[in-house]
Design a protein around this ligand. Structure first.
Ligand SMILES: [Zn+2]
Length: 75
């Protein structure tokens, strides 16, 4: 059964529906070093520590990569 609770988004503070397709959850886990690098599935994933909207994650990725133009957003 899907979890239908809502929690504040880690980045914007608006509510995120837990378990909604596309939502992001922040977890800790163990990733194995692989020859080809990149991300792997995690072993012993923790229960989610935080949740975020897909759009907020996308924005953060752009901020981190330096491609984000510092424009005022609507919120
Ligand atoms: Zn958000």
């Amino acid at each position: 059964m899907r979890d239908t609770r809502k929690v504040p988004c880690y980045f914007c503070g608006d509510l995120v529906k837990i378990g909604e397709i596309g939502a992001y959850r922040k977890v800790s886990g163990w990733a194995q070093v692989r020859e080809q690098g990149g991300s792997n599935s995690l072993a012993f994933m923790s229960t989610p520590e935080a949740w975020a909207h897909a759009s907020c994650i996308d924005r953060e990725k752009q901020v981190k990569s330096g491609r984000f133009k510092q424009e005022e957003t609507l919120f």
